[in-house]
Design a protein around this ligand. Structure first.
Ligand code: ADP
Ligand code: MG
Length: 498
């Protein structure tokens, strides 16, 4: 072999060695990355842990806060607002009633024809209207004028057999899902606009008064007989169909709960005791917080960046608005600290709220062998391509941890309410049933979440008690519920009774 050939052989061998070393280093690096990513996942699991003992502490804390919130204004993070709903529908209601739903994803108008115990809801029609964005940031007068007009248009389409009884005013239940300081069943002052509504001139505005003014302007003769929120509407809708309904929980973009309380068990109640002896309490449980809640660095960072830091902590770890965002934050940390998606942090992963909860649930529910849906969601939403099956499994695991924590804490919250009502135990021979009416997109569409919540509640209650308690989907309770409350609080109600 000549010198040149030897030299070439040496160079080649060196190159082979260098390449081999690169492969080894790459493997070591990638196994190092993998280990770091796994450590982040393990830590997340650990911090989000909700063993049954912890859930019981959360439930107990919920009960304690409920007592405190009922005792005095500002006595707790739980506002425990008196709704003035003291007449839940019985199923006997008769006639035509309207409802308006403002404050959810869509603005809706609807009417129902009620046929009493025998026929129940004879007919039900609704219309969904989108609110022009400029009205969401304009004046309240502009917004209420628009709503009144939409309502008038809808009234004009009353068809065969759908008219109010002769000589009677049309009556409306108004589902207004914003924080309201209620002073009677038909009057309340808006505390503040939320959810993208940014109306300047509405400090301490009388909500029903504003709507009534706008209706009068266009000659629409209609009277608001119930001002409620979506949670109370759901409770009413549930109760109408099943008299065992004692509470309602919303798990949607946000979360809230309402329940039926004995009026004498509300120390801060200074009004007349209602005839029924009962009063619906709007808990505003999204604002619940307790040292027992398992919070992580991701929750703390998310909270700090919201418009209302320190508030709505329960909501921020449970509800549809936030679950996907928590997952994004975990994946971002994996990308930044473990190069989980490669050497470059995927830029899209840095965008707050880019991963929505419906996408998270699609990832979580992917049952294909190669996790195809996970792959395509990562690609479409985060522009992360070429993910291995192993990586996709980690992403699913993150969704599972975050959803499971939310679901199990929701169950603990429900147990807290049942405890307050003394319905978390059964006495010998007792047959009393308790039903919790549920609604909201998260509950409805996120099957893993719903199943986990329901299993956890059973686990917390134990078999014997669980037989007496059920969770039922109150379908569109929030829309029809307000119309049912308009009926049960009708101005003609007393006349009919006497
Ligand atoms: P809102 O709470 O605005 O009144 P919904 O009760 O319909 O409206 O809930 C909508 C919320 O439900 C969405 O913001 C989303 O977080 C959640 N959601 C909707 N669809 C799904 C889904 N397929 N999987 C998981 N969550 C969903
Ligand atoms: Mg809603």
């Amino acid at each position: 072999m000549g010198k040149v050939a030897v030299g070439a052989a040496v160079v080649c061998a060196a190159a082979v060695c260098a390449a081999a070393a690169l492969v080894v280093r790459h493997r070591m690096k990638s196994s190092g990355r993998w280990a770091r990513a796994m450590a982040i996942l393990r830590e997340l699991e650990d911090k989000c842990g909700t063993p049954i003992g912890k859930l019981r502490q959360v439930a107990d804390a919920m009960t304690v806060e409920m007592h405190a919130g009922l005792a005095s204004e500002g006595g707790s993070k739980l506002k425990m607002l008196i709704s003035y709903v003291d007449n839940l529908p019985t199923g006997d209601e008769n006639g035509l009633f309207y409802a308006l739903d403002l404050g959810g994803t869509n603005f809706r108008v609807l009417r129902v024809q009620l046929g009493g115990k025998e026929k129940h809801v004879v007919k039900h029609e609704f219309d969904e209207v989108s609110i022009p964005p400029h009205l969401m940031t304009g004046t309240s007068e502009g917004l209420f004028d628009f709503i009144a007009e939409a309502l008038a248009k809808f009234v004009a389409t009353e068809g065969e057999g759908l008219h109010p009884a002769p000589g009677r005013q049309r009556e409306l239940g108004f589902t207004f899902s914003f924080p309201v300081w209620q002073t009677s069943i038909t009057s309340g002052t808006l505390i503040k606009w939320t959810k993208g509504f940014n109306i300047e001139d509405t400090v301490e505005q009388d909500v029903v008064g504003e709507l009534t003014k706008s209706m009068e302007k266009i000659g629409l003769d209609m009277r608001v007989t119930a001002l409620v929120n979506d949670t109370i509407g759901t409770l009413a809708g549930g109760r109408y169909h099943n008299q065992d309904v004692i509470a309602a929980v919303i798990l949607g973009t946000g979360t809230n709960a309402a329940y039926v309380e004995k009026a004498h068990a509300i120390p801060k109640w200074h009004g007349l005791l209602p005839k029924s002896g009962e009063m619906v309490i709007n808990m505003e449980w999204g604002n619940f917080r307790s040292s027992h809640l398992p919070l992580t660095e991701y929750d703390q960072a998310l909270d700090a960046e919201t418009l209302n830091p320190g508030e709505q902590i329960f909501e921020k770890i449970i509800s549809g608005m936030y679950l996907g965002e928590i997952v994004r934050r975990v994946l971002l940390k994996m990308a930044q600290e473990a190069d989980f998606f490669g050497d470059v942090v995927p830029p899209k992963l840095k965008i707050p709220f880019v991963l929505r909860t419906p996408d998270m649930s699609a990832i979580h529910h992917d049952s294909s062998p190669d996790l195809k849906v996970v792959g395509s969601k990562l690609k479409d939403i985060l522009e992360i391509s070429n993910t291995s099956l192993k990586m996709r499994k980690v992403v699913v695991a993150v969704c599972d941890v975050v959803a499971t924590r939310g679901a199990r804490l929701s169950a603990a919250g429900i147990l807290g309410v049942l405890k307050k009502l003394g319905r978390d135990t059964v006495k010998d021979g007792e047959k009393q049933k308790s039903v919790v009416a549920m609604d909201g997109g998260l509950y409805e569409h996120y099957t893993e979440f719903r199943t986990s919540m329901e299993c956890t509640l059973k686990e917390l209650l134990g078999d014997e008690v669980a037989e007496h308690i059920s969770v039922e989907h109150s379908n569109d309770g929030s829309g029809i519920g307000a119309a049912l409350l308009a009926a049960s609080h009708s101005q003609y109600h007393e006349v009919e009774e006497s």
